[in-house]
Unconditional design. Structure first.
Length: 256
């Protein structure tokens, strides 16, 4: 349950993330759901990242329960950006292992209001009774790294329209759903956010999206994006070349 902007409450993390709960055998799962109670932090669009950065940094980090964050890393005013969403693990505070040789600038901001579960030291100690969860959490962290590697490859495509189409299909592979006429990506992504994610100017992104819409390949519809046809072949090629990731598949069909 929401605690209000910047405030904390408690949540049962396995009830909030049923996929994570599936790592525990059914005969022990109910007990785990009841015992693994953690702090929940609400992060509004304005000022939410500061609340997360103020945490003490112990434990595993934060598990995204709801919403979207954009993470930025820059050197001398040039930034790369990553979208972090439901199911992802993150540590928004600076780490002592960050490169000491480069003047890194880092930052987080909420694209949509965010709820996170704080997997702190108490949670880590509780993992002793449920070691299966450790493997699942490591898999989540590795999946985020693979997603970021795919995004880096997307950014290296020469044309912005190709970058945008590949990015939207990549995100649809994570959070999209298929209906009879299109694949739906239920993320409210502004042109400015998309520009950060594909390393292009906002005006260029707006022009490229208009061209893709004219060609019938995608269309914004309120808070969602409609993607038509199949994922671009370039994205499938990138995914196939990724050393640790499986082949991209379309999201499982759902009712229209």
């Amino acid at each position: 349950m929401s605690a209000g902007p910047g405030r904390q409450s408690l949540c049962r993390v396995l009830r909030e993330d049923p996929e994570l709960a599936e790592a525990i055998p059914p005969e022990r799962r109910r007990r785990a759901v009841e015992e693994l109670v953690v702090r929940e932090l609400d992060m509004p669009v304005q000022g939410g990242a500061e609340a997360a950065e103020a945490l003490d940094g112990s434990g595993i980090g934060l598990l995204m329960l709801e919403g979207l964050l954009i993470r930025r890393v820059g050197i001398e005013g040039r930034f790369g950006a990553e979208l972090v969403g439901e199911g992802d693990l993150l540590r928004p505070w600076r780490d002592e292992q960050d490169s000491p040789m480069l003047p890194l600038q880092t930052g987080w901001s909420a694209v949509a209001p965010v709820r996170v579960a704080v997997l702190d030291g108490n949670f880590v100690r509780a993992l002793g009774d449920y070691p299966e969860l450790a493997c699942s959490l490591v898999a989540r962290a590795m999946q985020r790294a693979r997603n970021l590697a795919v995004q880096m490859a997307i950014v290296h495509q020469a044309r912005v329209d190709i970058r945008l189409r590949m990015l939207l299909w990549h995100l649809a592979g994570r959070w999209g759903r298929v209906r009879a006429d299109a694949t739906v990506l239920p993320l409210r992504l502004t042109h400015a956010v998309l520009a950060e994610l594909v390393a292009a100017r906002r005006q260029t992104v707006t022009s490229a999206l208009s061209e893709l819409t004219r060609r019938g390949l995608l269309r914004p519809e309120g808070p969602v994006w409609l993607l038509y046809g199949d994922p671009p072949a370039e994205l499938l090629d990138i995914d196939n070349r990724s050393a640790a990731s499986g082949r991209l598949t379309r999201p499982a069909p759902s009712d229209p």
